[in-house]
Design a protein around this ligand. Structure first.
Ligand code: CP3
Length: 339
């Protein structure tokens, strides 16, 4: 929490995106019993997953165990998670008229299981450990709502955006207001900080981000409580970083495609930064993990406002020992030390 506010800290804090996931045997054991969606909708199990994770890993924050796409269901889209294909939507948005049937999210009861998961996770965590709530940014949620699945080229979303700018604005407006309510409700249920994931924004050029996305993310971030630290994360295109910072967030989350010092220079001294080790480094030998982690740390020279994380989520084939070695390296790091 101090790092998010750019206050001096005794050591650089660390947590990992997807720290609860398939690379952990504890997680796989729970997933043998239930599907991923059942897990997300079961507050007892979902909170247990994150509590087991922070017992196993000496990290400095927990994140709500849930999924980015669950909010799309009460908005009218039918979500499925197949065995290996990742999430799919049965009825994606493809035409302007589909935006009309896409309901702005207002019914708090429809996501009761999220509030209950927040309360149970919060109650089980050490008092000093922050719980991070999260949601998708309007663009990333719209990309899913239109593509209906993970995409490489984002043809459908770009076709829609260029062809129907008014319906696009309408769609992003609905998402922006729904996500703001959703995040505020997470705060009221007990999270201490928020992360907004714009995981697919990197498919856009800076000009298209400015033209089609920036104002919506800006309004969303401006609507969040001023006293709650917000991490605004995006991945895929370092050219977007200045615009990502313009859109808002006290902490900007960046991926590994740019040096942390260069990203921080683009973001400005008045913001914190989160990142940015390539998650694939954790697939290499332990000494490489430790050296590359120290190289990331040396980039900031201990300047207040750095939250260590990966540049994106932990990959399922990651050895747990390497995750532990990474966390230990960050915890033991001394700013006087050379990489
Ligand atoms: O540990 C954590 O980070 C907390 C929980 C969390 C999950 N998803 C659990 C999950 C969070 C914060 C998310 C966010 C999320 N979900 C994002 C944004 C982050 C990112 O990766 O960019 C996105 C794009 C999604 C949508 C999503 N969920 C996809 C594309 C997939 C399939 C990819 C994959 O890894 O299989 C998921 C599934 C998912 N979300 C899993 C977990 C633990 C794996 C599900 C399983 O058990 O099979």
């Amino acid at each position: 929490m101090k790092a998010a506010r750019r206050e001096p800290v005794d050591r650089v804090p660390i947590w990992l995106m997807r720290q609860a996931g398939r690379y952990l045997p504890e997680y796989r054991r729970i997933r043998e019993q239930v599907s991923f969606l059942q897990l997300c909708r079961d507050p007892r199990l979902a909170s247990q997953v994150m509590l087991l994770t922070v017992e196993r890993l000496p990290v400095d924050a927990a994140i709500l165990f849930s999924d980015l796409l669950l909010i799309l269901e009460p908005m009218g889209l039918e979500l499925r998670f197949g065995a290996d294909e990742g999430p799919t939507l049965r009825n994606p948005i493809r035409e302007p008229r589909d935006v009309a049937r896409f309901r702005e999210w207002e019914d708090m009861d429809s996501l009761d299981f999220v509030w209950e998961t927040v309360r149970r996770t919060r109650a089980g965590l050490p008092d000093a450990m922050p719980l991070i709530g999260f949601a998708g940014a309007p663009f990333t949620l719209a990309a899913y709502a239109i593509e209906g699945r993970t995409s490489r080229s984002f043809e459908n979303v770009k076709r829609f955006m260029y062809s129907h700018p008014e319906a696009w604005d309408d769609l992003l407006g609905k998402l922006e207001r729904s996500v703001a309510r959703y995040l505020i409700a997470q705060c009221e249920s007990g999270v201490q900080a928020l992360q907004v994931f714009d995981s697919w924004a990197g498919c856009l050029s800076a000009d298209d981000y400015r033209c089609y996305v920036l104002r919506h993310t800006q309004r969303l971030l401006a609507a969040l409580p001023a006293d709650v630290p917000v991490i605004h994360f995006a991945t895929g295109n370092p050219a977007l970083i200045p615009l990502q910072a313009e859109a808002g967030g006290g902490v900007i989350g960046v991926d590994w495609r740019i040096r942390l010092s260069e990203a921080w220079a683009m973001i400005g001294e008045d913001r914190g930064i989160q990142g940015n080790l390539d998650p694939a480094v954790l697939l290499g030998p332990e000494e490489v993990v430790r050296r590359r982690a120290r190289e990331v740390l040396a980039e900031t020279r201990g300047r207040p406002g750095h939250i260590f994380n990966l540049g994106h989520g932990v990959l399922p084939s990651t050895p747990v020992e390497n995750v532990l070695a990474l966390i230990e390296t960050v915890r033991d790091w001394d700013p006087e030390q050379l990489p």
